[in-house]
Design a protein around this ligand. Sequence first.
Ligand code: PEP
Ligand code: MN
Length: 332
Amino acid sequence: MLIVMDHLASQEQIDAVSKRIRSLGLMPQPIPGENRVAIGVLGNHGYVDEEPFRDLSGIQQLIHVSKPYKLVSRDFRPNDTRVTLAGNVTIGWSEAPVTIAGPCAVENRDQVLTAARAVKKAGATVLRGGVFKPRTGPHTFQGVGYEGLEILAEARAETGLAIVTEVMRIDQLERVAAVADFLQIGARNMQNFDLLKEVGQIDKPVMLKRGMSATVEEFLAAAEYIVSEGNEQVVLCERGIRTFETALRNTLDLGIVPYLRQLTHLPVIVDPSHATGRRDIIGPVAKAALVVGAAGIMVEVHPEPAQALCDGPQALTPGDFHRLMRELDTLG
Ligand code: PEP
Ligand code: MN
């Protein structure tokens, strides 16, 4: 429930409401607004009875929130969340869009450093690269593991790029978080609730990718798991969903970008690489993502796509990526 206070409500009236909420075994969360204060009621597992609030003054309205998410909603926090990576990259709805680029997977030092230098030169500010890869079948490249973290750290030290890499399991979290600036939770793990709760307890920004068949409500409910543990630095990533259409790797649901902007204060970025699976389609789709207001894009770039151990068909070459970035510059 959300309790909207009257614009003339005094601090005593606000405190009295908070006290009443606590007396019911629930948690008040004051949400200061421009004209009035609202108080979120947290910790309830069902409908919150209005009766205990009837004798309190200064309340304008009681709003029942029936959605499975609250903390990530605009109702609870009208102002945009700004997610800051390594002190120098900020992701938010009203910030300049960020570009995350790099290989699908960390393969070796040369590959990562070459990719890092190229994407930095073209204007990216975050380097991607998975050291653990969630692959559809077990007979394919599964990632180089922890030693890949050192390669990413070296690329960061040389280029100044922030680094994002995927964490697949709880037991990987500590070591990955010790190096990465930004933790990726992949589509296949969007509803790994134990993992979500764990990343919610650490102080490191998280990129949550939309599950392949997740609805918007499920996507936001998954983010709520992270935020409700205390970590508010969450970026959502639309990466296409599974539909009847098989022409491209996935079906990019671009309409949800402006829709999510209404529903949540968390920024949303778009991954045109996994959304399309084809390097010749990525450019126009990346532009479309920025036109609908995405807070950034994440694009796979490989020095030699034909040699890539993972997702080669959707990897841009450094030259392709440079051209794309110049085209994106003209969008303004
Ligand atoms: C990736 O970003 O390399 C990846 C595996 O993405 P997703 O989880 O969206 O499939
Ligand atoms: Mn990939």
